[in-house]
Design a binder for this molecule. Structure first.
Ligand code: EPU
Length: 416
């Protein structure tokens, strides 16, 4: 199993190119199931989760060609309407095939994802929405069996804001009969990016970017070409790395307009930021200042950045409070950071962090994707060597992170 060995204390200087967003690419790949024509996708990140999704889609009969970050999908010969347990258990986003399969083929069998490291993460809202659209759904032997001659448009109000739930229902609604209204829809930029692809494929969607999506179903969707939006979480992760380790880096191929709250917090922490439409420069010459925040849905503070900002807070001047409101168990990195010398206490959904003058490297264990990234940041800021185990979590969602960090002067290498 690969590990990452980091020798901390190096400042980061230079340019980093940001990849396409994992959480946009995954639903967008599933949209390939909605058409029998070619869907050509640019800026697809090179990640384990993308490979897993392509494997799943390939098993269903989707034809896939790949090269230079471009993936072409053709859904003319899909013959297996099933997502098996062995793939779904490794990647929960597999649930995103449910809506498209049901809408186009009238049937789908998808393994129920179990719990995961960050919380129980049920998919009841995906099911509730599809049932409201007329699907007959049963759960048998760990599988969701869904059937519908043709889904019918209706008004769906989800109990809470759900990102993949909105994406599943949005894709399903594009081919449903009549009008679907999705209330309480997620407004994450990745949902918006999916909606833009669907419109390019001939879908009729109003309210894109808002919490009320109105979809007029069409009989068929055609092919399209689309570039996946820049990964805002990868972008902010590199910015946190500079906030913690110091230095001067410029991130290229970014979207600075979808990062408002994270950028505000970084400024509050003392990072000097300048930006254009597709670049952000971050300069950090001093010890960061502690910043408190509460995670919430977009456009609020992203839960996917909670752990990385906590790493910055560990070595910041002052104390901070971090409250996680989206997932019930997303503090698994705390014990590992404390092993590096951080002072963090947890009380329910809130972590209290007292910044320390320095962290000291130690062997630590990655527990989930963003926790892994936070340990990398802590390791970059720590004195001495940090060895991070179980970095397969990191490979799921970051495109060659250690290569990009080495490119800006970090002492980081992959060891077997
Ligand atoms: N929820 C339910 N029932 C549902 C759906 C969601 O109770 O049917 C709950 C969840 O348990 C959670 C909350 O609602 O407490 C929000 O979950 P959401 O459905 O929005 O999360 P998701 O769609 O499963 C996506 C991202 C996550 C990201 C969250 C929140 C993808 C593939 N995943 O997950 O990304 O944290 O939205 O923004 O888009 C990551 O990249 O590290 C990651 C975990």
């Amino acid at each position: 199993m690969d590990k990452l060995l980091i020798t901390g204390g190096q400042r980061l200087n230079g340019d980093v190119s940001i990849s396409g967003a994992k959480n946009a690419a995954l639903p967008i790949l599933c949209a390939g199931l909605l058409s029998s024509d070619d869907v050509v996708l640019h800026n697809v990140p090179s990640l384990q989760d993308v490979s897993t999704m392509l494997k799943l889609l390939g098993q269903m009969g989707l034809r896939i060609t790949q090269g230079n970050g471009v993936v072409t999908l053709n859904g003319a010969e899909i013959d297996k309407l099933e997502a098996p347990y062995d793939l779904v258990k490794t990647m929960r986003a597999s649930i995103l095939v449910l809506g498209p399969l049901l809408a186009r083929f009238g049937e789908a069998k998808v393994s129920l994802p179990g719990g995961c490291a960050i919380g129980s993460r049920p998919v009841d809202q995906h099911i509730k929405g599809l049932q409201a659209m007329g699907a007959e759904i049963t759960i048998e032997a760990g599988y969701i069996h869904a059937k519908a001659k043709r889904l019918k448009g209706t008004r769906v109000v989800t109990d809470m804001i759900t990102v993949t739930g909105t994406e599943n229902l949005l894709m399903a609604a594009t081919l449903a009969e009549g009008e679907t209204i999705l209330e309480n829809a997620a407004r994450e930029p990745e949902v918006t990016d999916l909606a833009h692809l669907l419109v390019a494929m001939g879908a009729k969607i109003e309210g894109i970017g808002t919490d009320r999506l109105v979809i007029q179903g069409v009989d068929r969707l055609h092919g399209a070409t689309h570039a996946v939006i820049a990964d805002r979480i990868e972008t902010a992760t590199f910015l946190c790395a500079v906030a913690a380790a110091g230095g001067d880096i410029t991130l290229k191929n970014v979207r600075s307009d979808i990062l408002d709250v994270a950028l505000d917090k970084l400024r509050e922490a003392g990072v000097i930021l300048t930006s254009g439409t597709d670049w952000i420069r971050a300069q950090m010459g001093a010890r960061p200042k502690a910043v408190s925040f509460r995670t919430t849905e977009y456009p609020g503070f992203p839960t996917d950045m909670q752990a990385q900002f906590m790493a910055v807070n560990c070595i910041a001047q002052g104390s901070s409070r971090v409250t996680e409101t989206i997932f019930e168990n997303r503090f698994m990195h705390v014990q590992e950071m404390n092993r590096l010398g951080a002072h963090i206490e947890i009380d329910g959904h809130t972590a209290m962090i007292s910044g320390v003058d320095k962290l000291v490297g130690a062997p630590v264990m990655a527990t989930d994707l963003r926790a892994s990234a936070s340990l990398v940041i802590a390791g970059l800021a720590a004195e001495g060597e940090t060895l991070i185990d179980r970095i397969y979590h990191l490979d799921r969602g970051y495109d060659r992170m250690e290569v990009k960090l080495s490119g800006v002067g970090a002492l980081i290498k992959r060891v077997k």
